[in-house]
Write a protein that binds this ligand. Structure first.
Ligand code: GLU
Ligand code: MG
Length: 667
């Protein structure tokens, strides 16, 4: 999650003083990239995925599982592995891809916020060739296997979004007591965070900017024997180590909520991210806009987070918790106090659904934009004066309403326009569900778009399935010129809807009624429009008219993904199928892709369960469960063991077939 620069970080009041300076230089660096790269053209659409892992340590005798804080040792072991270092050398005894891809580049491992986390990416980007999609799952398995081989025998890289007992004090190994100087958490020690100075400084400066600790209150799931009102029994109201310990006495911990008080409770969560490299900037801007309304749907489909701190929650996904965990807004910015020192009231945290559209697409109606968008007008003016168009200038001037959180003293000496450190400082701490990434200096990378809402899935099969789906729908969007535009505030609302228990089955989401282009056929004739688009229509550009409210309606995820029974909405999977039809995929590839698409279809129509539902069910059926929302150590051990087993067998032994389906058994 961002740059790991080194240097002497400024503590909060000093960092605040340097904020304007960093922003100014960041904007100059952005303009330098803009000038260099605005006309940059690439041949192929490349993409990559990122998998985040929790490193857990099992004690089978004690039936105990803890988070292992050995990230640095594991990364060092990986970095010192001669075989891995050899480009294309692979790892002895390992197979990657459907064939023995000893020529494949070894994956790359990265640190993440939690000292119990790892992140892995493929060694080289995936290409335009559809056959690449068939190698993703094997590569993900390969990554996990390599990670596992550089761990202790008792450790395992599990892909659950959150550790069910994070914050119960005994759930980390080695043990450190909570209430450190940086996080000041009641529940977790400072040692929970990656020790690289960037991470504890991020946590401490967010807390200081905010003027109190971050506050996560997740509604508890009320089961038969859960008290009403329920008070989080783990909160210590008598602690007096730090001034921030007053937070709970001032009402930070809410009734009927699981209370958490540190960045680690959010940024210690794992996700699945996909980054696309676009052919050129315009294509990137189109992808950013068109994928944005899909974000909440992807979040609901991947829901995997029903437990926090040893309690069942009433929500299914991590998103709002990560959002609260890095929410550095002051009481003035939050609207709790009249504006005096701060410049704006800011409606969203730095980690939130995105609030801008950026494509120069005639179909982008001004009505889709957020009328209350907060922008730094000075930044916007400077970007426009520097040659940037208004739409993109608005986007960046919105991101630049934030303060930089981690500022290194050494970087404030002179402005280096060949670098992007100041720009990246702001860009990489705006964690929105889509991110538009300009080409970095000094290499051949192009304009990129990052898709960030998805929760990590327990198996590599599921992670591959969601990656493949996102890639294919993106190809369909570009090939058919699909239009998913929705007023951006509806996407914000959809994001909240995605949090509800079983939202994927029970909730409805705002979605565009007609995504098909209003014209007869593709100009280049390369792809046929999907069925339903064949009615003669005026050719593009055809700016839509009529009330915006008539363009969208509430739909279930099933309707959005699989289509409406009456044919009035085609469905994203049928659109992907039409795309595959249009490019003549060979039968074998088509068959393999169908396995992945079947998982997405099943999740959407309820025949397959989300991990959130499966975990809830597992807990409810557990012999130790007392119907009181409490997840005990023994239950957590069994659950994480079950996740390990699911990862290894992927439903082939019939276990967790409700989540994975039977498709894996037929191989
Ligand atoms: N782990 C974070 C999440 O669950 C994202 C961190 C990152 O941007 O890499 O969304
Ligand atoms: Mg990450």
């Amino acid at each position: 999650m961002g740059l790991l620069a080194i240097g002497t970080p400024l503590q909060w009041p000093e960092a605040k003083k340097a904020a304007g300076h960093v922003r100014e230089w960041g904007i100059e660096q952005l303009l330098a990239i803009w000038r260099r790269a605005k006309g940059k053209e690439r041949d192929a659409l490349l993409w990559g995925d990122e998998i985040e892992y929790l490193v857990v340590a099992f004690d089978d005798e004690q039936r105990d599982v803890k988070l292992s804080l050995r990230q640095a040792d594991i990364l060092e072991a990986l970095a010192n592995d001669g075989d891995l270092l050899k480009q294309g050398g692979g790892v002895p005894g390992l197979q990657c891809g459907r064939n023995n891809k000893s020529s494949k580049t070894a994956p790359t491992f990265h640190p993440e916020f939690g000292r119990f986390m790892l992140e892995a990416t493929p060694g080289a980007p995936w290409g335009i060739d559809l056959k690449d999609l068939l190698d993703v799952e094997e590569d993900m398995k390969w990554r996990r296997q390599i990670a596992k081989e550089h761990m202790e025998p008792s450790e395992f890289p599990v892909t659950m979004t959150t550790f069910p007992l994070l914050g119960d004090k005994k759930s980390i190994t080695p043990y450190y007591p909570p209430s450190g100087e940086k996080l000041r958490s009641q529940f977790v020690p400072d040692e929970i965070a990656n020790p690289h100075i960037r991470f504890p400084t991020l946590a401490a400066n967010i807390r200081q900017r905010r003027g109190r600790k971050v506050e996560l209150n997740v509604p508890v799931y009320h089961d038969e024997k859960t008290a009403k009102p329920w008070k989080d029994p783990t909160v210590d109201y008598d602690m007096h180590n730090w001034p921030e310990d007053d937070d709970v006495r001032n009402g930070a911990a809410k009734n009927d909520c699981i209370y958490m008080d540190a960045m680690a409770f959010g940024m210690g969560s794992c996700c699945l991210q996909i980054t696309f490299q676009a052919k050129n900037m315009e294509e990137g801007r189109t992808m950013y806009d068109q994928l944005s309304p899909l974000g909440p749907i992807l979040l609901a489909l991947t829901a995997a987070t029903p437990i926090y701190k040893g309690f069942l929650a009433d929500t299914d996904v991590r998103w709002n918790q990560v959002s609260a965990a890095v929410d550095d807004r002051t009481p003035e910015e939050l609207g709790e106090q009249p504006l005096k020192n701060d410049r704006w009231r800011i409606p969203k945290s730095r980690y939130a659904s995105n609030s801008t559209y950026i494509s120069r697409d005639p179909r982008l109606r001004p009505d889709y934009l957020d009328p209350d968008l907060i922008v730094d007008e000075k930044v916007k003016d400077r970007l426009i004066e520097g040659g940037m168009d208004e739409l993109l200038a608005t986007h960046f001037a919105h991101l630049f309403i934030r303060d930089p959180i981690v500022v290194f003293n050494e970087d404030l000496q002179e402005l280096d326009l060949s670098k992007v450190d100041h720009f990246e400082n702001l860009q990489s701490t705006n964690w929105q569900h889509m991110r538009f990434k300009p080409p970095p200096p000094g290499n051949d990378t192009g304009w990129r778009v990052e898709v960030r809402p998805m929760e990590i899935q327990i198996t590599d099969f599921e992670n591959a399935a969601f990656s493949v789906f996102v890639v294919l729908i993106t190809r369909a969007i570009l090939s058919f010129d699909l239009n998913f535009y929705l007023p951006i505030q509806r996407t914000t609302e959809n994001m909240d809807i995605a949090h509800r228990r079983d939202a994927v089955l029970n909730e409805k989401f705002y979605f565009r009624k007609d995504p098909l282009p209003k014209r007869q056929a593709r100009m280049n004739g390369a792809s046929n429009p999907p069925s339903g688009a064949s009615t003669p229509q005026p050719s593009r550009p055809a700016s839509p008219v009529g009330p915006v409210e008539d363009e969208y309606e509430l739909m279930s995820v099933d309707e959005i993904i699989n289509g409406k029974a009456n044919g009035s909405f085609p469905g994203l999977i049928p659109l992907v199928e039409s795309y595959l039809d249009s490019i003549n995929v060979d039968v074998e590839t088509r068959c393999e892709l169908a396995r992945y698409l079947a998982l997405i279809r099943g999740r959407a129509n309820g025949t397959l369960w989300t991990a959130a539902k499966w975990i809830r069910h597992y807990v409810a059926e557990h012999k130790e469960y007392q119907k009181d929302s409490v997840v005990t150590q023994g239950m957590a051990y069994d659950l994480v063991k079950a996740a390990e087993r699911i990862t290894a067998h992927e439903g082939r032994d019939g276990f967790a077939k409700e989540m994975l389906g039977r498709c894996r058994q037929q191989e």
